[in-house]
Design a protein around this ligand. Structure first.
Ligand code: HEM
Length: 357
C-alpha cells in the first residue's frame, strides 16, 4: 500500500515541475485535492484517477461536487442530522438520486464486475466490498443492495481525500508563513534522504520526529473535522454540579474550540510544533487532542492519512520552497459554509524550485 502512495507522490513531484515553471501562485487546496484523489483512487479502488495529469478528471469533478457548499447539500445534510431515521429512510426513496450517487454506484459495480470477470484480486477496499456481496450473512440483516455497497465506497472516498488534502494545504500555509520551521523540516528531510539513498520507506518516515510534530500541530490548529457527533447511551451529571446530559441526547464535541483554548494550548494561534514533544504531550489530557476522534467510531483511515500526507509533504519540500505571495489570505479565514474546515478563499502560495544534488 505504501509503495502505491509513494508512486502517487512521485507523480505529484512531476506535476510540480510543470506548475513551478509557470512562475505563478499555486492554489494549494486544489493541488492537494488532486493528489489525495489520486492516492485514494489508486490505493482503495485500484483505479487510475488521472487527477493530476488530466485537468478534467471525472473523479476530481465528482470530488468537488461532494464538498461544494450549495443549498441543496446543506438541506440534505441537515435532514440527515436532525430528522428521525425512519423519515430519512422514507425520503431516500422519494428524493431523486444525485449525480454523485449515480456515479459511485456505476463505478463501484463496474469495477467489481470487471474484477469478477477477470479474476483480479488486489486486497483493497473494493475487494472487501466484493467479499461482503458474496457473503451477505456477515452483515446481519442489512440488505446489501448496489446502493448500499456504493454508499460504503462513497464514505471511504469522501472521508478520505478532502480531510487529508486540507491538512496538507494548511501545513504548506503555515510553513510558508514560518520559514524557519520550513528550513528545519527540509533539513530533516535531506538528512533522511542522504541516510537512505533517497529511499523514503514507511519505516524511515515513521522515525521523522520533526515532520510528525508539524503534522500534529497542523491538525491541532486546523482540525479538518471541527466537531464530533455522539448520542449519549446513559444519563451523565458533571462532577458536583447539577449540569446533566440525559440519555439519548445528540451532542457535539467542539474539537476546534478545545484545540484553540488558550488554557490548554497557550497562544493558540501561534503555529508551534514544539507543543508535540513527548514531555509536553504528557502534561495534557489525551481528550484535548481529537483530530481523528476517539473510541470505537474513531477515524479508520488515520494511519492512511498520516502517511499520504507525510510522503506528499516530503516530496514537495525536498525540492521546492513554499512562500506567501500577494494572493495569500493573511490571516486565515475559515469558510463559513463548509462542514470540513477550509480556508474561505483558497490558499495561494509561490512554489519555487530549489536545486538539490
Ligand atoms: C487528516 C485526515 C483525516 C482526518 C483529520 C480525519 C478525521 C476523522 C474524524 C474526526 C472522524 C470521526 C471520528 C469520531 O467521531 O470519533 C473520522 C471518521 C472516519 N474517517 Fe477519517 N479523517 C482523515 C482521513 C481519513 C482517510 C484517509 C480515510 C479513508 C481512507 C478516512 C475514513 C474515515 C471513515 C470511514 C470514518 C467513519 C468511521 C466510522 O463512522 O466508524 N478518514 N475521520
Amino acid at each position: 500500500m505504501f509503495s502505491l502512495m509513494s508512486q502517487c507522490a512521485d507523480q505529484l513531484e512531476q506535476y510540480l515541475e510543470k506548475l513551478s515553471s509557470k512562475n505563478e501562485p499555486v492554489e494549494c487546496c486544489e493541488l492537494m485535492a488532486k493528489y489525495t484523489t489520486n492516492v485514494i483512487g489508486t490505493c482503495a479502488f485500484g483505479i487510475e484517477m488521472y487527477s493530476l495529469s488530466d485537468e478534467d478528471s471525472e473523479f476530481r469533478r465528482i470530488g468537488r461536487l461532494i464538498f461544494a457548499p450549495t443549498w441543496e447539500h446543506s438541506v440534505r445534510f441537515r435532514c440527515v442530522q436532525f430528522l428521525p431515521q425512519i423519515l430519512c429512510n422514507l425520503l431516500s426513496y422519494i428524493v431523486p438520486k444525485t449525480e454523485v450517487t449515480k456515479f459511485f454506484t456505476r463505478i463501484v459495480i463496474e469495477t467489481m464486475d470487471y474484477r469478477d470477470a477477470n479474476n483480479i484480486v488486489r486486497h483493497d477496499f473494493i475487494d472487501t466490498l466484493r467479499e461482503l456481496k458474496k457473503h451477505p450473512e456477515k452483515v446481519g440483516d442489512i440488505d446489501l443492495t448496489d446502493y448500499v455497497i456504493a454508499a460504503q465506497a462513497f464514505v471511504f472516498f469522501g472521508a478520505g481525500f478532502e480531510t487529508s488534502s486540507t491538512t496538507m494545504s494548511n501545513a504548506l500555509y503555515e510553513l510558508a508563513l514560518n520559514q524557519e520551521i520550513q528550513d528545519k523540516l527540509r533539513e530533516e528531510i535531506n538528512d533522511e534522504y542522504i541516510r537512505h539513498n533517497g529511499n523514503f520507506t514507511y519505516e524511515n518516515i515513521k522515525k521523522m520526529n520533526y515532520l510528525d510534530k508539524i503534522f500534529k500541530e497542523t491538525l491541532r490548529k486546523y482540525p479538518s473535522v471541527p466537531y464530533l457527533q455522539r448520542k449519549t447511551t446513559s444519563s451523565y451529571t458533571f462532577g458536583s454540579t447539577k449540569v446533566n446530559i440525559p440519555k439519548g441526547q445528540d451532542i457535539w464535541i467542539p474539537v476546534y474550540a478545545i484545540q484553540r483554548d488558550p488554557d490548554i494550548y497557550p497562544k493558540p494561534d501561534v503555529f508551534d510544533p514544539e507543543r508535540f514533544t513527548d514531555e509536553v504531550v504528557q502534561t495534557r489530557h489525551p481528550m484535548f487532542y481529537l483530530p481523528f476522534g476517539d473510541g470505537p467510531r474513531n477515524c479508520i483511515g488515520a494511519r492512511f492519512a498520516v502517511y499520504q500526507t507525510k510522503i506528499g509533504l516530503i516530496k514537495i519540500l525536498r525540492n521546492y520552497k513554499v512562500e506567501t505571495c500577494e494572493k495569500t489570505q493573511i490571516p486565515y479565514i475559515n469558510h463559513p459554509k463548509t462542514h470540513i474546515l477550509q480556508s474561505e478563499n483558497g490558499i495561494y502560495l509561490n512554489i519555487i524550485k530549489i536545486n538539490q544534488s
